[in-house]
Design a protein around this ligand. Sequence first.
Ligand code: SF4
Length: 200
Amino acid sequence: MYALLKSNRTNVRPLLNYHQPYELLIANILLEHCSYNEVNAVTKKLYKKYQSIIDFAYCNLESLEVDIDRIENYKQKAQNIIQACSIIINDYKSVLPVSHDDLIKLPGIDTDSANMMLSEIYNIPFVILDNHIMRIVKLLKFTRNDDLIKIRADIAEIFDEKIWTKVTYLISEHGEQVCIEIEPKCEKCILNQLCPSSSV
Ligand code: SF4
């Protein structure tokens, strides 16, 4: 499955766009209950206006709210962005902590956001769950569990640790483009010969 999804791909990246580590932090804060496309559309302009973690930490809250008001729960997320960036500056000398426990204490950051940051920035392999992945691993019968910890463990057991992060990025992208929740495109799916849930 990994080889099929990875075929014709030179670079496997997260679906959140970013250039600097603090930008990945902000994108993850914005992501809750939103799609990757919604977040990327907002951050494209946001990263041009606010060009450093200091710009975010010391910005005007009302202005930031306007800049992200297409995002669900934008008022709370604007506060979380300012607080998280202030904590990174004051407690971690402007460098994202390498500790999972420290990352999930930041406002708006959950386990999978922390896992993505550790994988991307510090090259530590993690299984990173999102709604696409949790749905598709069930269609592929990789898990029967609903519990997030058990789903991560099931995926981790199937794949080599070195590719955990890439596998989850590829499945997530597959969920955006092919195995779409409302109408999976099984006839076009590269996995349709392997997938127990295929309709073709
Ligand atoms: S065959 Fe259909 S259900 Fe299975 S992964 Fe592909 S699109 Fe999803």
